[in-house]
Structure formats: structure tokens, C-alpha cells
Design a protein around this ligand. Structure first.
Ligand SMILES: [Zn+2]
Ligand SMILES: [Zn+2]
Length: 260
């Protein structure tokens, strides 16, 4: 596990102020050979979380790219650096997202497609990973099972090439809906294996994401061990990622997990 392919930066308003160089230095210190920066691409909707800090601002995108290009040059002898985005699948706003991706086609293969927002009503998008209070409040009001089903439907669309040839074919933290799972009970209705079959059929890869290990109400990887077993069985490829939002989290837990 010498590659960390899910990393945020100080261009993200909810990340730490650590400089990109601090992330790279940390990676070199930990013996990593390859990094992919995947900052949250600007959202095509009004940010629905209270802090309004889910993604990079549109006016920062060019500077994000040029900073990383400088880093590729500066660290060329020591580590490989790729530039990508973590792109949200926002149901109903596919057109705007395609327009963004078309502007940056060379970064699509290094990008991640994630579902953080569920469309509950035409103009009502709920962020599933903001905090446990809002998740539990929403789950209690509409039903956790309903929320899970909505997540499954949204993921199904995200895994069906919603942006055509511009779709990033790496699915972020597949079971993010489990982030606060220790705080409530639900009979999980999601057909996880069918979702992975779909991912395989459409030639996606999984983001094997270690950030969940540090979430007190989850404490596992995304996807979890059982899902990873199934992914291995069907030959669905994966890429390791820390989802670091601060330099010290680069490559977190990589050394305690054996290569599958
Ligand atoms: Zn983030
Ligand atoms: Zn994410």
C-alpha cells in the first residue's frame, strides 16, 4: 500500500490549514510512492450544510491545479503526484457537473465520484456525513430505512455512468451511509453485492478508504471487510485512500492492513 489516492488540501474550507507541501513531506516520510490529490470539486447546488463549507470554491480551482503542478515538478525525483477531484454526484444536476468535468478532462481518471448528498425533494439535498445529530434527526423524521433506500437509488445512478464518458470511474467510500451506524438501529435494506456487481460491470474501481477507522460511530474501513471480500471475489479493483484533511493523516492505517 504505497499509494494514497484520496487526499484533500487547504483549498477545502473544512480541511486543516496544513500546506500541500506538508502533506507531501509526510507521505515521503511514511514511504509512500504515489499520491493523488482529490479536492472536493465546487458544488452545482447551494451547499446545504450549516457551515457552507463542503467544497472548494470555483475561483480556487485554477490555483489548486497550478499549485499541484508546481509540486509535481518540485518533488519529481521523490514521489509521483497526480491531480484529481472528488466530484459529487448530485441527482438532477448532472448537466452542470458534466460542464465542469469537460473543462478538466485530463484529471477525470484520477478523480473520485462520491455521494454525500441525497435529494429528498426537488430542491432539498441532505448531506449524509455532516454530523451525527443531523443524520439522526433526519433518519428519525423520514425513517432510516427510507434514507438508506434513497442512498441506494442515488448510488445506483452514480454507478451507471451519469456523466457519460466524463464520469470518474472510481466510487468514493461506497458505504458512507454507515458513518454514524453505532448511534441508531436499522435493518440495512441495501443490496451491497448488487451495487458492486454494477460497479464491476461498468468498470469502476472502489475507493478503499481508511477515514472510517477514525469515525467514533463507525471504526471500520469504507467499504467494510465483508464488502472488500466480495469485491475481491468478483475482481472489482480498488485504490487505497486516507481521505486526509490534515497532513498527519496521509496513509493512515495503511501499514496495519495487509494488501488484499
Ligand atoms: Zn472533505
Ligand atoms: Zn467524501
Amino acid at each position: 500500500m504505497k499509494r494514497d489516492n484520496h487526499i484533500h488540501t487547504n483549498y477545502c474550507p473544512h480541511a486543516s490549514s496544513d500546506s500541500i507541501e506538508m502533506y507531501i513531506e509526510e507521505a515521503i516520510l511514511k514511504g509512500l510512492k504515489e499520491l493523488t490529490f482529490t479536492e472536493h470539486a465546487p458544488l452545482p447546488i447551494k451547499d446545504s450544510v450549516p457551515t457552507k463549507d463542503s467544497a472548494m470554491r470555483m475561483e480556487d480551482v485554477e490555483r489548486y491545479i497550478s499549485t499541484l503542478k508546481d509540486m509535481q515538478y518540485k518533488y519529481a525525483e521523490m514521489i509521483r503526484i497526480h491531480i484529481g477531484f472528488e466530484v459529487d454526484y448530485i441527482e438532477g444536476h448532472e448537466k452542470e457537473t458534466i460542464d465542469f468535468l469537460k473543462k478538466y478532462p485530463e484529471y477525470i481518471e484520477y478523480s473520485i465520484l462520491s455521494v454525500h448528498f441525497l435529494q429528498l425533494k426537488p430542491n432539498d439535498y441532505f448531506c449524509i456525513d455532516y454530523d451525527s445529530d443531523s443524520f439522526i434527526q433526519k433518519g428519525t423524521s423520514i425513517g432510516f430505512e427510507t434514507m438508506y433506500r434513497r442512498y441506494e437509488e442515488t448510488l445506483t445512478k452514480a454507478l451507471s455512468l451519469p456523466f457519460g464518458e466524463w464520469t470518474p470511474k472510481k466510487i468514493g467510500h461506497l458505504n458512507l451511509i454507515h458513518k454514524f451506524q453505532k448511534a441508531y438501529t436499522v435493518e440495512d435494506p441495501i443490496q451491497w453485492e448488487a451495487l458492486m456487481d454494477l460497479a464491476k460491470m461498468n468498470h469502476y474501481r472502489l475507493d478503499y478508504n481508511f477515514s472510517g477507522m477514525d469515525k467514533p460511530l463507525y471504526k471500520k474501513t469504507y467499504p467494510n471487510a465483508d464488502m472488500m471480500m466480495y469485491a475481491k471475489k468478483i475482481g472489482l479493483n480498488y485504490e487505497t485512500g486516507s481521505d486526509a484533511h490534515q497532513a498527519k493523516d496521509i496513509g493512515r492505517y495503511f501499514s496495519s492492513f495487509e494488501e488484499f
